[in-house]
Design a protein around this ligand. Structure first.
Ligand code: ATP
Ligand code: MG
Length: 383
């Protein structure tokens, strides 16, 4: 059985690795060259895109910014899972906000900006503490601007002056004063059955995910259920098939959706060692019509992104419960090179393992590690 993935990055690579024991052959499409490649070696396979589409059981995407002509061709095959509407919604913050509003799902106050002069009215309506986001093609905090006060508005307008806001509008969002960021990774099959992983707590630095801990600490049943209800509402509306990630801000006991990702997600990488069935396998199971796998956590886990750095001691593998996932990419500043998963018996023990891990890593690239290790070590009772 073959599955064709649009995008040939680390997510396609990890799908390939998860598909192998199931006898699922994952092939990847390099969306720039349209070549069909092996997701590990990136070597072109002896097939055209059209042939690969015909041969595949289903088509899926590892990122939402698939060029529209390619997405249309995938849609026309009748095999694209999740469907085109879901992928387009994840790729466009204007559509995404419209969906959240339609479903009455709480999210940050916002305005769509199609002309720079509208910013004055936006400030009057929702204040001057804003995060302004390009509606398309942003990731890892790219395509975002921060406004702190009215005084900075003139300068910001200059910075944005060259953008074609008719073509790509901005979404101006009120900055949310959240207690923390969490995400729910879930999976929905072709019959509409859903399964959820426990909420993960996500630590960002400069708009980029650095550490996820799952199950998140201090999660009440009501909070988990709130997240699951949001997921179900979105997934049902989109007639979604596959893994879907919902990024949220927690404010008190309420969740506000930040954004959705119609795919496997960085904040779900902990599932590779930390749950019974990882997100990559569950995505493949869903899109090929197989039964969904058990999403229970094995123990408290942490996922630590390795960003913009290649030199660290591989002796970190001596830490019990510690695993390395290396993507084999050339290094660039802010580029995700790999990640480390650590599984413990308790959150406290996980914290101790992270403290040890810090000894093997250049800490300037891991700004969240020590504080998270300390926080977890202070947890006496697991919830
Ligand atoms: P990624 O692809 O890594 O998820 P992204 O570029 O798509 O990131 P967002 O998830 O929208 O962008 O924003 C990145 C981070 O910026 C968020 O995880 C959060 O830390 C912060 N952020 C975004 N919007 C807001 C907001 N309205 N209020 C407060 N913080 C925000
Ligand atoms: Mg995000």
């Amino acid at each position: 059985m073959k599955v064709l993935v649009y995008g040939a990055g680390q997510l396609a690579r990890m799908m390939y690795l998860a598909g192998t024991p199931l006898g699922i052959d994952v092939q990847a499409v390099d969306v720039n060259s349209q070549a069909v490649v092996n997701p590990i070696s990136k070597e072109p396979l002896n097939t055209t895109l059209e042939q690969a589409i015909l041969a595949a059981e289903s088509l899926t995407a590892e990122f939402e910014h698939v060029p529209e002509a390619l997405l249309q061709q995938a849609h026309d095959s009748g095999k694209l899972r999740p469907g085109m509407q879901a992928i387009l919604t994840g790729a466009d913050r204007v559509r995404e906000k419209a969906l959240l509003e339609k479903l009455h799902i709480a999210n940050s106050a916002h305005r769509i900006v199609t002309d720079i002069q509208q910013l004055d009215d936006v400030l009057s309506a929702i204040g001057a503490d804003l995060i302004i986001k390009a509606s398309r093609d942003g990731y890892d905090g790219y395509g975002q601007w921060r406004l702190r006060s009215q005084d900075e508005l003139a300068e910001l307008k200059l910075q944005l002056a060259d953008l074609d806001l008719q073509a790509v509008p901005l979404v101006a969002e009120k900055r949310v004063e959240f207690e923390r960021e969490v995400s729910l990774i879930g999976v929905r099959d072709t019959s509409g059955n859903v399964k959820f992983y426990p909420l993960a707590e996500n630590l960002h630095h400069q708009g980029q995910l650095h550490v996820s801990v799952a199950p998140a600490t201090d999660v009440t049943e009501a909070l988990q259920r709130q997240a699951e209800d949001i997921f179900t509402s979105l997934a049902n509306e989109l007639d979604y098939v596959g893994v879907l990630a919902v990024e949220m801000f927690q404010v008190g006991s309420s969740l506000l959706v930040n954004e959705i990702a119609p795919r496997v997600h960085n904040s779900g990488h902990w599932t590779m060692q930390g749950s019974v069935t990882c997100q990559f396998e569950n995505h493949l199971r869903a899109v090929t019509g197989l039964p969904l796998g058990d999403t229970r956590a094995i123990g408290p886990s942490a996922m630590i992104n390795i960003i913009g750095c290649t030199s660290f001691s591989r002796q970190l593998l001596s830490i019990p419960g510690c695993h390395l996932h290396w993507y084999g990419k050339s290094v660039r500043k802010k580029r995700k090179m790999g990640h480390i998963n650590v599984v413990g018996q308790t959150h406290k023990e996980l914290g101790e393992a992270l403290q040890k891990l810090a000894e093997f890593l250049p800490l300037e690239h891991f700004p969240k590690l020590i504080s998270e290790a300390k926080r977890l070590q202070a947890i006496v009772l697991d919830n």
